[in-house]
Design a protein. Sequence first.
Length: 512
Amino acid sequence: MLIYGALGGPLPKFGVVAAAVLAAVVMLHRDMRVQALAMLGALVLAPVLLLADIWHSPQLGIVHRHPLVAAVGALIALAAVAGGAWVVSKRPAILAGAAIVALPFRIPIESGGVTSNLLVPLYFVVAAGSLSFVVEALRGRASPRPNPPDRGAPAPWLERLLAGYVVLYALQATYSPKFTSALQQMVFFYVPFALTYCLLRRLDWTPRLIRICLVVLAGLAVLFALVGFVEYDTKTIFLNPKLVASNAVHTYFTVNSVFLDPNIFGRFLALVMILVAAVLLYARRQRTQLASIAVLAILWAALVLTLSRSSIGALLVGLGALAAIRWNVGRAVFAAAGVVALAAAAIALSPTTFGLNQGLNGASSGRPGLVSGGLDLFADRPIWGYGSGSFETEYSAHNHHIGQTLSASHTIPITVAAEQGLIGELVYLALVIAALVTLFRRCRRYPARVAIACAFLALVFHTMLYADFLEDPITWTLLAIGVALALRPPVDSGGRGSELAAGGRELEQQLA
């Protein structure tokens, strides 16, 4: 009790910064023992900070009333993590499949008086993988990363910027009026996702492992799409009472499958569709092509039922980039112009269907107003902003929407500008540019890299119309796999002809 009482003062702010620094050390330090110690520190510090934040909240009532039961539960959880770590140490590739399976699943948990949908299965996978690495590294048995970065390669800059942004977010949380929100962002998202990046980045992403993960991901997407079809047929929604109320007063019906938000469901479907579309474009076997078409048809039907215009836009951006790389820019531009013309015609014929009869603000669920308010906040404090996690509080205070529930401007650059000012905005922009350069650089001959790069581009576009950039584990997963593949050493050094031949063989292996 004394410890948690001490953590109620200024110590949580130092703890958040310390957790961010530990995550940065894991990402950047080259000594595996130092990485292991930093990873262990982050694993211990993050839950301690969370417990200090919610110690007096109602959801920990059972801990106060039945401490023995809580201790037994904690021991069982630790034993499960240890068992998972043992499995990962025996078969490291299992970590990749487990992380892919865990990515979409969120469990509603109350924290600090607010119900959050947390990635509990992914946290378990990360804890098990991290514990396995810590034990192996401290015993001197951990293998080095298969693709150590060269000093002149762009990936080290990307990793420095990722680590720098996490530390900057923690530093700017110290003066935020909504420090609790920033602490939860750090504990629930930035620290565990940084560890996820490091664990996945270390794996040897062979063509077989890539193929297995893609099949698992496509299977999950089809399963979620079927859940969405059941929702639409029965007019029943899971997990989101607000969506239930919204569907009750509108003529249309929006599905969200196992996701809280239809836009998050739509984002997931769009990104998987881009990956499957790459298979369709590059695979040589007719059986693989037909299977890809069937998957795309199912996912497209589910995406339409989400009514997520931001997700459809992200899909078009990703497919356009994929077409430009696979064929040529001229054809891609011509196809995009055709799609835009068809969309304009559909909107002109039925503007009510797309909500344009409500005006731009109404059709976009108030996003222009949020963007305008965010820009006003940036203008008030253009250098350092109001502090990490403060957008909801400051927007409500400045616009007198005290009762309105907000978390972001639904345009990530605006949220960053309002909360972190020009300092955070410059780091964010540099991070996005470094990521795009790393993923797209010399990727044309490798369809797995092309698919990941185009999916990441689509995700960045989606964040311009919605939210969740580094708060989405898919961002870190795409970056980890993309960087690992980008830094893979040349398959052959026997000249351009042999290099192209080897590249062609790898293409067929990866997506056949």
